[in-house]
Design a protein around this ligand. Sequence first.
Ligand code: MG
Length: 200
Amino acid sequence: MANRKSEIGNPGHDTAASRAGRKLAVPRVGVGYDIHRLVDGRPLILGGVKIDSPRGLLGHSDADVVLHAVTDALCGAAGLPDIGELFPDNDPRYKDADSRTLLADVVQRVRAAGYAAANIDVIVHAERPKLSPYKRAIAESIAGLVGLPPELVSVKAKTNEGLGPIGQGEAMACTAVVMIVDFRPALDAAVSCPGFPIAD
Ligand code: MG
């Protein structure tokens, strides 16, 4: 195991870090996806930002499809249970839950294991309303929740060219990719973290 850890920490490159005997952090990547049905009489909240829209997303919680995708991406990167396991949609505690609190919970779990988000890339799949005016606010909201500078959070909005349930305005979806990094000085310290078997 020690040899393998060494290989992971120093993949054979003659870097300043390796010459100094320091191990290099191993980044981890996670992907998240979510989709919710659009209905009348619900607020539309994307990335923690209230969007001006006559229709909103249906769900047990506030149905913030963007934060759900980001949260699941973090879970995937960190090897945590997925969002549905952590916050079941049949649990009354999460009825109408503010999805910012769910993301904050997962951010704490990731930090407790010694990791922090390095950057986040988000695609919102939505036919309408046009989300261009909201992209910056959504990125800043996500950045604040995860503890990143806003320039390290990218939010893109794509229509579905009128195709399928998203294109027909029946649903919105979101895809998110997150990179997390070990923020502690030595890779060895991560080995003792449950759920983070990064070195063996
Ligand atoms: Mg969801």
